[in-house]
Design a protein around this ligand. Structure first.
Ligand SMILES: Nc1ncnc2c1ncn2[C@@H]1O[C@H](COP(=O)(O)OP(=O)(O)O)[C@@H](O)[C@H]1O
Ligand SMILES: [Mg+2]
Length: 274
């Protein structure tokens, strides 16, 4: 069984500590919904797992199937089976989308993929997310709409066939129709037994891509873990209950290190505040 384990991970950006001891384990066949107030380190965690050079690991471990991957660069991690669909995909003028995808595939093969085989894969991927096929000849993400960029991320995921999918706010900037295509593709990843670590504020996505668990990051630490009933609780109540029920401060930079609360099913307040 494949596992991705993060142990006491401390990460800083430009000298500022953002992650302050993250512990989290994801197995294949599991989807973990990562929640947390804005700016508390969700994207930082995913970028660090993928090996973005800007995010400096001060201490801790990231283990893929028990092997520490911290010394590997992002391309090695990708070859090992990690994939990150970014919150804000970058535009790369001059590099056609199809060429980028073909290079990514070839970098992990001994013999280059044949053009016919590649176009078959590409054709299937574009269909899966309803991405206009003629756009694959345009420069990577250049001038793409928000939705097209996110679909392009999902196409990469489908073509590269990773073991673990890290998915950062894939639904932001998508219309309902596009969300449904993206959610369907992610659901198929679940059915294939992938491990998924996903960030979304959109409970509707989680109706299709049902998480196995919820983990909440507060001030750079996983402060809370629970089952997927917390998706609805967070959707209805936000995060305030962490403070009122569990005494977890939602302020950044508080000195006290919270202990991790780990629970099963929650009770959702019925008197929904509007
Ligand atoms: N490239 C960066 N340079 C400096 N600070 C950053 C950078 N990226 C993120 N941060 C800071 O790190 C903190 C966590 O950000 P992030 O992980 O993006 O939060 P989230 O995804 O939970 O909203 C924020 O305070 C943010 O301002
Ligand atoms: Mg983010």
């Amino acid at each position: 069984m494949h596992t991705l384990e993060i142990k006491d991970l401390h990460v800083s950006i430009d000298g500022k500590e953002i992650l302050k001891g993250v512990n989290l384990k994801i197995d294949e066949n599991e989807t973990v919904a990562l929640y947390g107030p804005n700016g508390h380190g969700k994207s930082t965690l995913l970028m660090t797992i993928m090996g973005h050079p800007r995010y400096h690991v001060d201490s801790g471990e990231i283990l893929l199937d028990g092997e520490n991957i911290l010394m590997m660069d992002a391309s090695e991690r990708s070859k090992k089976g990690l994939f990150l669909a970014m919150q804000m995909p970058i535009e790369v003028p001059g590099v056609p989308t199809a060429d980028f995808l073909r290079s990514a595939i070839n970098s992990r093969r001994d013999k280059p993929i044949s053009l016919s085989e590649f176009y078959k894969l590409l054709n299937e991927a574009t269909k899966e997310v309803n991405f206009p096929f003629d756009m694959v000849n345009r420069s990577l993400n250049e001038g793409f709409s928000g939705g097209e960029k996110k679909k392009n991320e999902i196409m990469q995921m489908l073509i590269l066939n990773p073991i673990f999918d890290l998915v950062d706010e894939i639904d932001s900037g998508l219309d309902v129709d596009a969300i449904n295509y993206v959610a369907k593709a992610l659901k198929e990843e679940q059915e294939k037994g992938k491990g998924i670590l996903i960030i979304s504020h959109y409970a509707r996505l989680y109706e299709i891509v049902k998480p196995s668990r919820v983990a909440i990051i507060v001030d750079g630490r996983i402060a809370f873990e629970g089952d997927n009933s917390y998706v609805e609780k967070i959707d209805v109540e936000g995060y305030e209950w962490l403070e009122s029920e569990f005494n977890i401060s939602l302020k950044k930079g508080s000195e006290a290190k919270p202990k991790v609360i780990s629970l099963g099913t929650c009770a959702i307040r019925k008197n929904r505040a509007k």
